[in-house]
Design a protein around this ligand. Structure first.
Ligand code: NAD
Length: 347
């Protein structure tokens, strides 16, 4: 249905924005403004079809509602996708047109970077709309959220290793990393510093070679990384990596990673639980970036305070696991109910 995907609350509004002069085709999805303006990044991606782009925008924006609610941010959830124009295009002009579309929503949606977009794209948009964040400011806090996202995933893995695997530290814990991009690379650094043993895969072999040289990581084939013989699996590439085909082959007992929408369907979360695998929901553990850009947007950015707020994700992991035990359910379903109960304006 155009008015919502199965198993989700309907969106408040969805804007289809076009600008023939620049080739812009974008979908701006505002899932919920119950907690405040919808805040979520903008993805630039080559989609197989317009329907696939819409599906991605709707799923991602709902995820932002749940993420922002669980992180106790005074923001609702939204997300935008730009369908990447074929061939050469004028990037600044494209983002200016996208910025005008953001501006047309009068603050109901605030954007930032996501896969395929950069801090330079965000900076360019400032000329046409104030509803943009994730911009490095000289002498002030802000910019690339990925190190903060990686830190949130790291503290989640550390908490999960203690609570699920009974490991008091990450020394010697084997972690498989799918994707060594902006977040995955920082996560590899944190894990390596903590003594974890890394198995890594990326379609970009140069990144894999660097990780082997820098962290002593073991390289795995991209088709085999999810089934690696490890303690922890960290999906940090794209969504739907946990599905009917991959779940039966997973060896890790704990999954925590940065990628959005890792579960292809809710049933895949149930299947993980049946296999005795603890899946820490993506939108709980990967909130570090939005915490960072939200503080920047509210002018409350200060490195130490932001890191302290991101570190609190570990406490939520602990609370989630307690709730899971009490409810005799799965982490994904319990987190969903918990987040949905918070889709109201904060006191
Ligand atoms: P990125 O584009 O910098 O990195 C993604 C990496 O995954 C790239 O190195 C790419 O080559 C690799 N990759 C793609 N397909 C792969 C495959 N099949 N197997 C192995 N590697 C593959 O993106 P990012 O900013 O690091 O984000 C990673 C994920 O985390 C995305 O799903 C994003 O939505 C999510 N996320 C990012 C942030 C953030 O702060 N950047 C915040 C929250 C969530």
């Amino acid at each position: 249905s155009l008015f919502g995907l199965p198993e989700q609350a309907p969106h408040e509004r969805v804007l289809l924005a076009t600008d023939p002069a620049t080739g812009l085709k974008a979908i701006l999805a505002v899932h919920s403004t119950a907690r405040g303006p919808a805040f979520g990044g903008c993805r630039l991606w080559h989609y197989e079809s317009e329907a696939a782009a819409l599906n991605d925008a709707l799923r991602l924006s709902q995820g932002m509602s749940l993420k922002n609610a669980l992180a106790d941010l005074p923001f609702g959830g939204g997300k935008a996708v730009i369908l990447k124009p074929e061939g050469q295009f004028d990037r600044p002009a494209l983002f200016a047109a996208f910025g005008r579309a953001v501006q047309s929503l009068n603050g109901a949606y605030i954007t930032a970077e996501d896969v395929g977009t950069t801090t330079a794209d965000m900076r360019g948009m400032q000329a046409v709309t104030p509803y943009v964040s994730g911009i490095p400011r000289e002498g002030a806090f802000g910019g690339d959220p990925s190190p903060k996202t990686a830190w949130g995933v790291f503290v989640s893995i550390r908490a999960g290793a203690r609570l699920v695997l009974g490991r008091s530290s990450l020394e010697g814990v084997r972690v498989a990393l799918q994707g060594l991009g902006a977040v995955g690379w920082h996560l590899a650094e944190f894990l390596h510093q903590a003594g974890a043993k890394l198995v890594v895969a990326d379609v970009d072999t140069a990144k894999v070679e660097r990780a082997v040289a820098q962290f002593g990581a073991v390289a795995a084939h991209v088709g085999e990384i999810l089934a690696a013989d490890v303690d922890v699996l960290a999906p940090c590439a794209l969504g739907a990596s946990l599905n009917e085909q991959t779940v039966p082959a997973i060896h890790a007992k704990l999954i925590a990673g940065a990628a959005n929408n890792q579960l292809a369907t809710p049933a895949d979360g149930d299947a993980l639980q049946r296999r005795g695998i603890c899946y820490l929901p993506d939108y709980l553990v990967n909130a570090g970036g939005i915490i960072s850009v939200a503080r920047e947007y509210r002018n409350e950015g200060e490195e130490q305070a932001v890191m302290a707020e991101v570190s609190k994700i570990a406490e939520r992991v602990e609370e989630l696991l307690q709730r899971v035990q009490a409810a005799d359910s799965t982490p994904a379903r319990v987190a969903d109910d918990w987040a949905r109960s918070k889709l109201v304006r904060p006191a």
